[in-house]
Write a protein that binds this ligand. Structure first.
Ligand code: PEP
Ligand code: MG
Length: 591
């Protein structure tokens, strides 16, 4: 992506419009967060330190080689031969004496630091590869980029900083954030996120919402490394970002910020009340949890339990896969914090845009359509069993349900259930306590699963509709691609019909159906979901008061009639319009 033309001019307010991802207003100092390979410093090395500099290069090569060898050995042991072969080609690049000699010579000749010289030489190689359109060379180019990133990260290990290291109150500006960046974000200091790229239902957005951090994406912000404005305003409700605001803008936004905070506080007061329509229909309103830190707020939140614990977030910021014991400790803590209420723990949903530092087949062309979630765990039985053992062991301490993500058909569910049985037998043989009757749920987020929801419902205890993925797979739109976001429309009639089908299948089999995708936390959808007969909504903690407030203003009879009306509409725009009008009718006060 080319750098935006806009430059910050001192003393002048600049208003930028982005895409609102997470509500809230923040006023503060900007902090430009760049990943290691975005900026490589250049400095001269004195002649007496050149050998030391070359030694640094050899050490980085050695560490990269060791990484790759151990990763390759592991993959070969576990049968990931294709990925192991790719790593083999990376090893060849590292071992290439021509390249090593060239870099060593350039460090000596130029008298510059290793990472600078390395990036320069690699840049030349990449340029050559780029000119050759042949598929083979294009694949080599990817290998090249990957390996150079690894070597650079070893060269600059001491410089790696994360968002948890931030110690001043800041508004973070980044080109793009990874889910692991957001996972590491320290909410004591981070007031808001502003990114050039990023979409509404990406896992980065979900994480920001869980942490209650205002977030605006698709903002073409200026390069702050040239001039850093003293202050910026971020409005996560409207998507407005104001750089270097005038006194009157500041005053007006500080007032809005206060109003927003007291509105949220006011809503929180109703947390003790039931999630019940005014004509007496009770809904199960539970919480999506991604991080351990969120669990402390659960008891006071008025949530009816944990509707979705996204277990994979545990290791997104870690270098290695969590052991059974590490997982058990966390799941047990989750159960304890659920405080006698049910906790749905989802098995790992790795892949798509969630890789962390571990993924045996991360070289897929279409990771969202590839070895993701339950598909991946079925290929990694040792890891899968370790997780299932940890979840089952935690079930001895409270009401736990087990949920499988991205199931595409009943056969996959049966395969996963067979492994659960095997693990149960093992635990019994060891006399380890667990709940033998643990409920097993299936996520409905692939169209094939929605269409066969009746078959799936007969094989499990509950269904949980993951609309974030259901929309992406049904409409063939990447949920993380902001350029395609105009086509990512949860209001599409196909989605409404699929939800209806799943609810009907659940009802026929007398199985509970919940919605845990982001639409559950969008107050415009509440009446429709209720009217379609959904039994449970699971939302991020900060959204809980808003959704409860909407539910308490609704009538189940009117919601059912409204759903029937929506089902007659033909386009996403028509549905969107109907949702907005219906929501306005509720006349809910919002700042
Ligand atoms: C979903 O797809 O709607 C869902 C809840 O799962 P995730 O967002 O973690 O993919
Ligand atoms: Mg999903």
């Amino acid at each position: 992506m080319s750098e935006p033309k806009l430059q910050f001019i001192e003393g002048k307010e600049v208003r930028l419009q982005g895409f609102p991802i997470c509500p809230g207003i923040a006023v503060g100092r900007p902090f430009l967060f760049t990943v290691i390979d975005e900026q490589v410093p250049e400095f001269s090395v004195p002649i007496n330190k050149i050998d030391q500099e070359i030694d640094r290069y050899y050490k980085a090569l050695k560490s990269s080689r060791n990484d790759l060898i151990s990763l390759q050995e592991r993959l070969q042991r576990e049968g990931g031969s294709e990925a192991a072969a790719i790593l083999g080609s990376h090893l060849e690049i590292i071992r290439d004496p021509v390249m090593t000699d060239r870099i060593v010579k350039e460090i000596r000749d130029k008298g510059k630091n290793t990472e600078y010289v390395f990036t320069l030489v690699i840049g030349e190689y990449e340029e050559k590869f780029q000119k050759i359109t042949d598929q083979f060379f294009q694949e080599r180019l990817k290998d090249f980029k990957d390996i150079s990133r690894r070597i650079i990260s070893h060269l600059r290990k001491h410089e790696r900083y994360t968002l948890s290291d931030l110690r001043t109150s800041s508004i973070v500006f980044a080109h793009e954030l990874a889910p692991s960046d957001t996972a590491e974000a320290n909410t004591d200091y981070i007031q808001a996120f502003v990114t050039r790229s990023g979409a509404e239902t990406s896992h980065v957005a979900i994480m920001a919402r869980a942490k209650g951090i205002p977030f605006v994406s698709s903002v073409d912000f200026p390069d702050f490394s040239i001039a850093r404005p003293p202050q910026v305003i971020v409005d996560g409700r409207t998507g407005e970002v104001i750089i270097n605001p005038t006194k009157s803008s500041l005053a007006s936004y500080q007032q809005k910020q206060q109003k927003f905070k007291s509105h949220v506080k006011g809503l929180q007061k109703s947390s003790v009340l039931e999630a019940e329509t005014f004509d007496g229909y009770k809904l199960h309103l539970s919480t999506n949890i991604e991080m351990r830190a969120e669990l402390d707020a659960l008891a006071e939140s008025g949530s009816a339990g944990i509707g979705l614990f996204r277990s994979e977030y545990l290791f997104l910021a870690q270098d290695s896969f969590p052991t059974e014991e590490e997982q058990f400790a966390i799941y047990k803590y989750v159960v304890e914090k659920a405080n006698g209420q049910p906790a749905v723990i989802r098995s790992f949903d790795i892949g798509g845009d969630k890789f962390g530092n571990f993924h045996p087949t991360r070289y897929e062309k279409n990771p969202y359509l590839g070895c993701r979630a339950t598909r991946l765990m079925l290929k990694e039985p040792t890891l899968f069993k370790a997780q299932l053992r940890a979840i089952l062991r935690a079930s001895a301490f409270g009401e736990v349900s087990l949920l499988f993500p991205m199931i595409s058909g009943v056969a996959e569910l049966q395969e996963a259930k067979a492994i659960v049985e095997e693990v149960k037998t093992g635990l019994e043989a060891e006399s380890v306590p667990f709940d033998r009757d643990i409920a097993i749920g299936c996520m409905i987020e692939v169209p094939s699963a929605a269409i066969t929801a009746d078959i799936i419902a007969s094989e499990c205890d509950f269904l949980s509709i993951g609309t974030n993925d259901l929309v992406q797979y049904s409409l063939a739109v990447d949920r993380t691609n902001p350029a395609m976001s105009y086509l990512y429309t949860p209001t599409d009639p196909s989605i409404i019909r699929l939800i209806k089908m799943v609810v009907e299948a659940g009802n026929a089999a007398q199985k509970l159906v919940s919605v845990c995708g982001e639409i559950a936390a969008d107050p415009h959808f509440t009446a429709l979901l209720l009217g379609l007969g959904v039994h449970e909504l699971s939302v991020a903690l900060p959204s809980l008061p808003v959704i409860k407030n909407v539910i308490r203003h609704l009538s189940i009879i009117e919601a059912t009639e409204f759903a029937e009306e929506v089902l007659t509409l033909s386009t996403a725009a028509e549905v969107q319009n109907a949702l907005e009008k219906n929501y306005e009718k509720l006349l809910l006060e919002s700042p």
